[in-house]
Design a protein around this ligand. Structure first.
Ligand SMILES: Cc1cc2nc3c(=O)[nH]c(=O)nc-3n(C[C@H](O)[C@H](O)[C@H](O)COP(=O)(O)OP(=O)(O)OC[C@H]3O[C@@H](n4cnc5c(N)ncnc54)[C@H](O)[C@@H]3O)c2cc1C
Length: 519
């Protein structure tokens, strides 16, 4: 018989939205259980472009989305400071862009409240010397970089500290209905196989691009969430220090975001049939590198580290028409199913941006409180997340500053991301995981220029030394990590990255013979 659990709010989905709902509900004093079928933020939230939007991108095409971004950008800078690097943003008109768009952009920003300042292109080029020297106009906006993993982890840690149960690797396999109401769900532990029945006062479907599939489990048909797939490529260093957008209607490959030690170009928007369809073609990679060339001449000669794809949850109210995914609003949708289909105690939140997760969570928990019949005020506008209490933004160099004192008496496991041994061990124990890919998401282990080539075998040894893990289990974890990294590396095997990949191959196949380690 399945184990039983009971709670006020069951949250399905451990991306930014679900984690935001868990944090908000826990702050309101509600009992919370969050279930995620994989690791936290392994869905779209961990596969996004890294941009805390100022709203500029939507200022012409989608004003409601722009207005939400402006407001949430300002709030997150206060309450989630540690997850944000305040890079600032630029919109630049390149020779490939319609020169008339710039005036519409300026007007759109002013109309939707996006702080904007036109500057001399020469000033933009002084700040960002690698930019296309032929830019004709430049605008400053408060774009920034935001770390989704840090955000989701802080939200979940904060919620857990207030009693929430956060359960990664638990997939909802059935939604329980009693008459016209949803009474909870059954989740399966995908690692151990056990099943768990969770009875809930209200069930929140925060499963992003999978929201239609989840609604189907609840017996609700026709909830259309279009999966809009986009690819991104990480380049091996910061080609720019400011988020740079091309000043034109949103299109492919028009934003370059500096993230930690690398920079990321993206993205595309292609409608796919299934949100788990993440394969990337060589043509897409070539086109994206070509797009990069328009922003930063010589882009294609730089070393590309890795490519990946994510899937936008784009809600479409009507089943009619064949809207292109770029034409669907970037605003979010809250569906209180008691009002839409007459199914009580079940709420779906989907669409939106990572930038607007807090607002989405606030509206969702308001609706959940309505279902529970006990309104409680929201405090996430002012309550700071764990690690953001000081209100200090992340800066390049923050990691070194934090660890400088201890680095001499601790081994450095990952040079690219400055991860010392003690921190790795603490995280392995705290997360209780044997999966080095989970640790990658928690610490950014293996995310820098060597892509794990020099650090991951050390981390495997440390994993093996901890808590009696057998060598076979540690080796399995190493092989899984290498396979996952390889998926993102092979489509960009050219130039220096090809050389690095050959070196890694000699280390792992030639020296360590990973293929024949004990299993
Ligand atoms: C290419 C791309 C670039 C983007 N760039 C930006 C950007 O720069 N800035 C920005 O603000 N936004 C950006 N976005 C949008 C943003 O990433 C998403 O809107 C946001 O991450 C969605 O978060 P979510 O929590 O709703 O969904 P997700 O993060 O996908 O979370 C939903 C979770 O539900 C889980 N789930 C599904 N089914 C089940 C089940 N049966 N049981 C349990 N769990 C389940 C999934 O595994 C998943 O982890 C981008 C999106 C894409 C695709």
């Amino acid at each position: 018989m399945a184990k039983q659990l009971s709670t006020d709010v069951l949250v399905i989905g451990g991306g930014a939205t679900g984690a935001g709902v868990a944090w908000d509900a826990a702050l309101r004093g509600l009992g919370v259980v969050l279930v995620e079928r994989r690791d936290l933020a392994e869905g779209t939230s961990g596969r996004f472009h890294g941009l805390l939007h100022s709203g500029g991108r939507y200022a012409v095409k989608d004003r409601p989305a722009a207005e939400e971004c402006v407001a949430e950008n300002a709030i997150l800078r206060e309450v989630a400071a540690d997850t944000i690097e305040d890079t600032g943003g630029l919109f630049v008109t390149t020779p490939y862009d319609d020169p008339e768009y710039a005036d519409r952009f300026l007007e759109g920003c002013r109309g939707s409240g996006v702080p904007v300042e036109e500057i001399d292109p020469a000033e933009a080029l002084r700040d960002e010397p690698r930019l296309n020297p032929a830019i004709s106009r430049a605008f400053r906006v408060p774009d920034a970089a935001i770390d989704a993993w840090k955000t989701v982890w802080s939200l979940c840690r904060g919620a857990a500290a207030r009693g929430a149960r956060i359960m990664p690797y638990h997939e909802v396999v059935a939604v329980h209905r009693s008459g016209d109401e949803v009474s909870g769900a059954r989740a399966r532990d995908v690692r151990g196989g056990e099943e768990l029945d969770i009875e809930a006062g209200v069930t929140v479907n925060a499963s992003g691009a999978w929201a239609g599939q989840l609604a189907h489990l609840a017996g609700i048909e026709g909830l259309r969430v279009l999966p809009g797939r986009g690819i991104m490529i990480a380049m091996n260093h910061r080609l720019v220090n400011t988020v740079v957008n091309r000043c034109q209607m949103p299109t492919d490959g028009d934003i370059l975001v500096p993230i930690r030690t690398v920079s990321v170009i993206g993205t595309t928007d292609e409608r796919v049939a299934d949100p788990d369809e993440l394969e990337i073609s060589q043509d897409e990679v070539d086109a994206m590198l070509e797009d990069g060339e328009r922003l930063v001449p010589g882009f294609k000669r730089q070393r590309a580290l890795r490519v990946w794809a994510g899937v936008r949850p784009l809600y479409q109210a009507s089943a009619e028409g064949d809207t292109s995914s770029r034409d669907v609003t970037r605003s979010h949708t809250l569906l209180d199913h008691s009002q839409v289909e007459g199914v009580g105690r079940f709420v779906t939140i989907t669409g939106g941006k990572l930038t607007t997760f807090r607002l989405m969570a606030e509206e969702t928990v308001d609706a959940a409180c309505g279902q529970l019949g006990e309104p409680r005020p929201c405090s996430t506008r002012t309550e700071r997340l764990p690690d953001s209490e000081e209100g200090e933004h992340y800066r390049l160099g923050s990691r070194l500053r934090k660890r400088e004192q201890g680095l001499q008496d601790d081994q450095l496991v990952c040079e690219c991301e400055l991860i010392p041994r003690r921190r790795l061990e603490e995280t392995l124990r705290r997360r209780g995981t044997r999966n080095l890919d989970d640790i990658r998401r928690s610490l950014r282990l293996g995310m820098g220029p060597c892509q794990g080539g020099f650090c991951i075998y050390r981390a495997t040894g440390i994993l093996h030394g901890l808590d009696g893990l057998s060598s076979a289990e540690a080796n399995d974890s190493l092989r899984y990590f290498l396979q996952e990294r390889w998926k993102g590396v092979w489509p960009v095997l050219y130039g220096d990255q090809l050389r690095q990949a050959r070196l890694d191959e000699w280390i792992f196949q030639g020296v360590l013979d990973v293929g024949h380690l004990p299993q």
